[in-house]
Design a protein around this ligand. Sequence first.
Ligand SMILES: NC(=O)C1=CN([C@@H]2O[C@H](COP(=O)(O)OP(=O)(O)OC[C@H]3O[C@@H](n4cnc5c(N)ncnc54)[C@H](OP(=O)(O)O)[C@@H]3O)[C@@H](O)[C@H]2O)C=CC1
Ligand SMILES: CC[C@](O)(C(C)=O)C(=O)O
Ligand SMILES: [Mg+2]
Ligand SMILES: [Mg+2]
Length: 488
Amino acid sequence: MTNYFNTLSLREQLIELGKCRFMESSEFEDGVSALKGLKIVIIGCGAQGLNQGLNMRDSGLDISYALRAQAISEKRPSFLNATKNGFTVGTYQELVPTADLVLNLTPDKQHTNVVNAVMPLMKKGATLSYSHGFNIVEEGMQIREDLTVIMVAPKCPGSEVREEYKRGFGVPTLIAVHPENDPQGKGLKQAKAYAVATGGHKAGVLQSSFVAEVKSDLMGEQTILCGVLQTGAILSFDKMVEEGIEPGYAAKLIQYGWETITEALKHGGITNMMDRLSNPAKIKAFEISERLKEIMRPLFQKHMDDIMSGHFSKTMMEDWANEDKNLLSWRAETGETAFEKTAVTSQEIPEQEYFDHGTLLVAFVRSGVELAFETMTASGIIAESAYYESLHETPLIANTIARKKLYEMNRVISDTAEYGCYLFDHACKPLLKDFMKTVKTDVIGAKFSAGNQVGNQRLIAVNKVIREHEVEKVGAVLRASMTAMTQL
Ligand SMILES: NC(=O)C1=CN([C@@H]2O[C@H](COP(=O)(O)OP(=O)(O)OC[C@H]3O[C@@H](n4cnc5c(N)ncnc54)[C@H](OP(=O)(O)O)[C@@H]3O)[C@@H](O)[C@H]2O)C=CC1
Ligand SMILES: CC[C@](O)(C(C)=O)C(=O)O
Ligand SMILES: [Mg+2]
Ligand SMILES: [Mg+2]
């Protein structure tokens, strides 16, 4: 198999990368009707499989789970997830031939195996769906000509897909139809109905392409969403302890700090997050983040270049073929970090203190979000998509760190995201070594108080740079439409 993206001409690549349209609510008026009465079989019952299936069933669709035989005989978590929730479970042979729509929600590294096993069993003219286009775009998987191939990709962890649905809302979702596999022209209707069934239409749906989804998803997860949070957590914790801050306090400041400060990001973008700092601390955070942007920009660009050229996927697939040697050793290494191993203090940290004692964390978030957004849009990814893959998703990933530190984040995200996160972290820490030598507790662990004098002109200039960034402009529009949708 060959990398599909690399088989396209430059003109075709640019067309696919540039496909991204924010859909109107009126386009979802048919609700789930395109899937009503059809038999939907989900392969895999993990983070996305279980939660998407629960939402789709609650939306009135017919859902069952096809699991590999060992998962059933050994009563693995996937089997227990499905049966405890009252779903019909069967083998591929039992369920796939009956399916009108098969959702492949297994880890990306298994897609070639799974699709090769499932495809011969699928009935003529059925539809195969993915929640991430890696198998099609990076591995060049060829799907039988009579089958329709769609993608419905929630822009968040599976747990949030369910939680938002239960609140009567949904999560922003990207939908696409594979241009090589839409023989009956039904792909878009089915993808829209699927997005409605998971609640995605209430948060905003982007009609995009497999190519744009893959290149933006990989970039977001490797850099700001997971990589920067992992590197920032480890370096900030180690610095605080080195400077004499009580380790339990340092661990708590990081574990819940990302969540608290990115909650401000969620509501009002970088502007609101920075406004939560005192004016002197805001100027300091601005200066630090400008420096961080300078240092990390080449690394962000390298990740984007490697994703675009296929180098990243090639090396990750080599690790898959090598029994995940890198992934597993990097995972174990993360489990051994002092941050991960230190129990948090029982002392309460007031909400404002996370900002006041976390100037460096705020600077990491601003630099990472802006760099990811800038790097993606410079490579042809449309601003709305870049916004979801940088600013929008950061608070959702921060929530997972609040649950159980980096362990929980890496458990909840896909294996592909986890691999990219470690790759970024390993390259980023050495880059920040000299910078970290200049960091003291006034920006991490204690209140920033140096020079309480703030020049009005300086503050106005800093505010202008923050507020006029493109991610703030597109964010304001997208957040307003998400709020309008919740109120419908
Ligand atoms: N994690 C996330 O939040 C997000 C994931 N995605 C995408 O969703 C898809 C699913 O990812 P995710 O939910 O993280 O996956 P998980 O790792 O959570 O789920 C894996 C499921 O697949 C099954 N599985 C594993 N290996 C195989 C195999 N060889 N054959 C058949 N079944 C297998 C497992 O069951 P068992 O081992 O018991 O057989 C389990 O039920 C991926 O394409 C991912 O990129 C998209 C957005 C976010
Ligand atoms: C953050 C990573 C992600 O892309 C996601 C939850 O959207 C994943 O692959 O897990
Ligand atoms: Mg993603
Ligand atoms: Mg992903």
